[in-house]
Write a protein that binds this ligand. Structure first.
Ligand SMILES: *[C@@H]1O[C@H](CO)[C@@H](O)[C@H](O)[C@H]1NC(C)=O
Ligand SMILES: *[C@@H]1O[C@H](CO)[C@@H](O)[C@H](O)[C@H]1NC(C)=O
Ligand SMILES: *[C@@H]1O[C@H](CO)[C@@H](O)[C@H](O)[C@H]1NC(C)=O
Ligand SMILES: *[C@@H]1O[C@H](CO)[C@@H](O)[C@H](O)[C@H]1NC(C)=O
Ligand SMILES: *[C@@H]1O[C@H](CO)[C@@H](O)[C@H](O)[C@H]1NC(C)=O
Ligand SMILES: *[C@@H]1O[C@H](CO)[C@@H](O)[C@H](O)[C@H]1NC(C)=O
Length: 935
């Protein structure tokens, strides 16, 4: 492969020399630390970096003395967002550059409202952080020194100005008070959660933020890094001066469409050359397999010479039958085969290559009647390569509130790896955040993490003046062109929750429904829908998330009954009822959001607090709770099940509250998720069921605060993330007790093949003894891709003959434990599962197990891996629920956590990439369970 490429390069370079022209394209990067940033009256001037942003620059200069997330700094540093900041730099231009016909200034990401000046000449404005901006500057650039200025306006003030200038109120008029946020972010094409959210702070920054791949000029390399996943290193720039006589590739994008009629894949490579009055001397388009990849695909290449290249828009389509390609599959269903496509623009300077990696997969959302009676609704599930897929995963929010920090490669890789490790196959990129970095989508492609991608509109009505709509159309075009080749992206969605907000009058639009309805249609149907329809029919588009799918469309894009269990996807939250009882939950077709709050690790919170802040009752912890009555709801949910002290808001009880909040979150989400998975093949008389998606809210955090996340801002897995790994396992034994007192055991399989025999065992334990009774052992079928109730029996009958059913026995003293093994009885094919027969806080015989960590050994390292493994032994005097280990300030995760100890000695592993020793780890470790106290 490499050899072939080299040969090709040499041939083309030779051809270039023959053409005998000398002028090439010159690129001048204006990135780096040669910038300064000043406020409006000039009282503050600091060195600045590009890419970067004002909060980062002020922090680096010491104007902001502390970490922006420390204590009350979201309030203390808010002044930054009310200032108008000007970024400026000087740069030298040579005669070579000045003599070019076309000189373009390119910005890959400007957040958000700014006027750009070159040598005091106004050259244009920016107004959308999700767009690239190209300005022609040949008339303004001068040989020698040039001064470039980006004059930002305060985002908060510009939003207010736009709100005020609108003819009518576009609500909400502000975020709720408990967000401590700013108003009218809906008037800016800016990360919507930068003005605050119910899990995040307001840091309405200005920035030249994005390190984007500059498509046309990258010489790309394929390298195999020493980490588990391949990384493709590309040159990335934010601000650049491009000087050319010839053209360059401004856009290169690739669509992979499976044509249902002809049953072939149509791969179309689109090239857009700019400036449009010049061309490459020669354009080459090609497709090839990856180094070390499969060889089912015949490589294809096409060369277009400048005389053939009469149109600056050029496209070529290749056709492949199904058996000529290897498919891309979601995680857990097969391999993620990818192919390399490329476009090469040759000019006298050399060969500029831009490449995009594609995958062959067919995506449909199947929406067909579930029963003859049309009233029973339509299915709603993803079909990948013709196979129905149960979507398992979570929701993604921005990984940092500052846009320039949101693409940290380590953070992104760790979070996506944690998603894969938890058996997820889908993440939904939520509509209040960002179109993520290229790396994000590359990793998702490589890991088989399907992406449900909202466009960036969330929990707001939006203006529909022509300027705004044009801006949106440009944004959607740009992002589709940028991202459409990624096989991981399987759904585009118009917005987050705005259909429901409009129909259910969240923001007082009810008094003039028809006005806001017409705005809704203008934005999501006539603007976004039109762009999607024109550019990308290779994957499904839904108008909102959630929506009732086809039913929403039939009812004019705003359904009469948003959140209907019988159609589309739903977001469901219930903080009042018992989350550990499955009857609390609805049975929708596809749950794209649901969840419960918890607090992050004490170590994570300690990093932004002083000791006296560390209680639920403190001013700091109260301020960080952006969800109204959030702590009261958590306390109420916890008290149902666990021995929560009445004075839970004190410093003394903070660790207990954190720990209990994580237990409650893990258990409630477990119960809800297993309920959804159990209903994969069931349909009630009312038509509920055929559930095919469970994406809990939310995977990650934006800062250190209470939230719905399963991984905290410092990367620590909360108990929920360990539970997710189990409840998303491909094969799962899932027990539940019906209101009639019957124990039912479901077997769930997302495997594409049947297993003849799965051996189910049910054990009965008393809290006061390690001894157990085996109630049942039985063999069951495990058909492919199904969930069914394999076993049921009254509790009474199960307990009879055990220590819990015999004279004096009581179910309140007991728990049930479930295993599923293969027919050799030597291999577990599901994570173990459990059911308590009473609440923990009223269980009889439960006691302090006196847990100790008795040994830590290691590190052990698999060669070629950057992960160190340590073995840990925990000893216990009693059965212990929710056993929880933490390692203070050592990043890593355990092989299991939050588990039930059923024997005196338990062994587990800790994985970390950090250099440490067994001794250090041992002193950093703590272990607890519900009846233990913290030390
Ligand atoms: C920012 O600029 C706007 C006009 O563009 C002006 O009205 C406002 O006073 C300026 N604010 C500051 C703090 O300089
Ligand atoms: C390129 O330069 C030529 C000659 O100066 C000019 O006519 C043309 O408009 C430029 N094109 C662009 C896209 O700036
Ligand atoms: C699918 O293939 C058929 C038959 O070759 C062709 O007529 C049609 O245009 C193709 N559709 C698309 C969307 O490319
Ligand atoms: C779950 O809730 C239902 C309905 O309130 C109730 O009948 C049932 O007893 C509850 N189950 C358990 C195990 O608490
Ligand atoms: C339990 O099994 C009986 C007999 O097979 C069946 O009639 C009943 O519906 C089952 N109950 C549940 C909750 O599955
Ligand atoms: C843990 O250590 C304490 C103090 O040494 C001891 O009292 C307790 O019995 C130990 N627990 C176990 C399970 O060995």
């Amino acid at each position: 492969m490499t050899t072939t490429m080299k040969t090709l390069t040499l041939t083309l370079l030779a051809a270039a020399t023959l053409l005998g022209r000398v002028e090439g394209l010159i690129r001048l990067s204006l990135d780096g630390d040669s910038w300064t940033a000043s406020n409006g009256n000039g009282s503050i001037t600091v060195p600045a970096s590009v890419p970067g942003g004002i909060y980062s620059d002020l922090r680096a200069a010491g104007v902001l003395p502390e970490d922006i997330y420390y204590r009350f700094n979201d309030a203390e540093y808010r002044w930054v967002s009310y200032e108008n900041w000007t970024y400026s730099t000087t740069f030298q231009v040579s005669s070579d550059i000045k003599n070019k016909r076309n000189i373009t200034l390119l910005f890959n990401g400007v957040d958000t409202i700014a006027d750009i000046y070159l040598n005091e000449n106004y050259i244009g404005s920016t107004g959308n952080m999700f767009l690239r901006y190209f300005f022609s500057v040949e008339d303004y650039v001068q040989e020698g020194e040039n001064i470039l200025e980006v004059r930002f306006q305060s985002a908060v003030i510009s939003a207010l100005e736009r709100f005020t200038a609108e003819d009518y109120i576009v609500p909400p008029e502000c975020v709720p008070d408990e967000y401590h946020g700013e108003c009218h972010v809906n008037f800016l094409r800016k990360m919507q959660s930068s003005f605050s959210w119910d899990w995040g702070p307001a840091f309405p920054s200005v920035s030249i933020w994005k390190e984007a791949v500059v498509y046309s000029f990258i010489v790309t390399k394929v390298v195999l890094s020493n980490s588990q996943y391949k990384l493709r290193i590309s040159l990335k720039k934010n601000v650049e001066l491009l000087a050319a006589n010839n053209g360059y590739i401004k856009n290169y994008y690739v669509s992979v469409l499976f044509n249902e009629t002809s049953q072939v894949y149509e791969v179309t490579q689109h090239v857009e050359i700019s400036p449009d009055d010049t061309m490459c001397d020669q354009l080459t388009l090609g497709i090839s397999t990856l180094p070390g990849g499969n060889n089912r695909n015949q490589a294809k290449t096409m060369k277009i010479t400048s005389d053939q290249l009469v149109d600056p828009q050029f496209e070529a389509t290749w056709y492949y039958s199904e058996d000529e390609v290897m498919n891309w599959w979601p995680n857990g269903m097969g391999e993620q085969y990818q192919y390399r496509t490329y476009a090469e623009c040759m000019d006298e300077d050399g060969l500029y290559t831009i490449e995009k990696y594609i995958g062959y997969r067919r995506i449909n959302i199947v929406q067909v009647p579930v029963a003859e009676d049309a009233e029973k609704g339509l299915s709603f599930y993803l079909e990948v390569n013709g196979v129905p897929v149960f979507a398992k995963g979570s929701n993604w929010i921005p990984s940092h509130v500052l846009a320039e920090m949101s693409a940290d490669p380590n953070r992104i890789r760790n979070l996506l790896t944690a998603a894969k490790n938890a058996n997820m196959n889908m993440l939904r990129i939520w509509g209040g955040g960002l179109y993520e970095s290229d790396l994000f989508y590359q990793i998702a492609d490589e890991m088989g993490i399907m992406i449900w991608h909202d466009f960036m509109f969330a929990c707001n009505m939006y203006p529909t003046n022509p300027r705004f709509l044009d801006n949106v159309a440009a944004e959607i075009t740009e992002q589709i062109v940028r991202l459409m080749h990624h096989p991981s992206i399987v759904v585009w969605a118009g917005n987050n929750e705005n259909e429901g907000a409009l129909r259910d009058n969240w923001y007082g639009t009810g008094s003039n429904f028809s006005l806001y309805y017409s705005d809704y249609v203008k934005l999501y149907v006539d603007t976004i829908g039109e762009v999607v329809q024109a550019l990308d029919t290779t994957r499904p588009f839904v108008f909102s998330s959630p929506s009732n799918g086809l039913k929403t469309i039939e009812e004019g894009y705003v359904s009469q009954t948003p959140g209907d269990s019988l159609y589309g996807d739903v977001h469901y939250y219930n903080y009042n009822d018992d989350g550990w009882n499955y009857t609390t939950f609805p049975t929708p077709r596809f749950a794209s959001e649901y969840g419960f709050q918890s607090l992050p690790s004490i170590y994570t919170l300690s990093s932004i607090a002083i000791p006296s802040d560390l209680s639920v009752g403190s001013e700091l912890m109260q301020r960080r709770q952006h969800h109204l009555n959030g702590y009261e709801e958590m306390a109420q949910q916890i008290s149902r099940h666990l021995p929560l002290p009445d004075d839970y808001d004190t410093e003394e009880n903070f660790r207990t509250f954190i720990y209990f909040s994580q237990i409650n979150q893990a258990m409630s989400t477990k119960v809800e998720t297993e309920h959804y998975r159990r209903n994969r093949n069931k349909l009630t008389d009312a038509g509920e069921g055929y559930t095919m998606g469970a994406l809990y809210w939310q995977l990650n955090d934006i800062w250190e605060a209470p939230s719905w996340s399963s991984i905290d801002f410092h990367g620590n897995w909360k108990m929920l993330h360990y539970y997710a790994k189990n409840f998303f396992a491909n094969v799962l034994v899932s027990p539940y007790i019906t209101p009639e007192g019957e124990l039912v055991v479901s077997l769930i399989s997302d495997l594409p093949y049947e297993m003849d025999t799965a051996v189910l065992s049910i054990y009965v334990y008393r809290w006061d003894s390690f001894e157990f009774d085996i109630a049942i052992i039985g063999a069951h079928r495990l058909p492919a891709a199904t969930a069914y109730d394999a076993y049921n029996e009254t509790l009474e009958n199960i307990l009879e003959g055990t220590t819990c059913g015999a004279d004096g026995g009581t179910k309140d003293a007991c728990l049930l434990y479930f295993t599923l093994e293969d027919d050799t009885l030597t291999k577990k094919i599901s994570p173990d599962n459990f059911i308590f027969l009473s609440e923990i806080n009223s269980a009889i015989g439960i006691s302090d197990p006196s847990l100790n960590i008795t040994s830590v050994t290691g590190p052990y390292q698999v060669s070629g891996s950057d992960t160190y493994t340590y073995n840990i032994t925990v000893s216990s005097n009693a059965i212990a629920p929710f056993v929880w280990l933490e390692a203070e300030n050592i990043n890593g995760f355990f092989s299991d956590n939050g588990f039930i100890i059923l024997q005196p000695v338990t062994e587990l592993q800790f994985y970390t990439t950090q250099e440490t020793t067994a001794g250090e780890l041992e002193s950093a470790l703590s272990v607890t369970s519900v009846m233990s106290s913290f030390h």
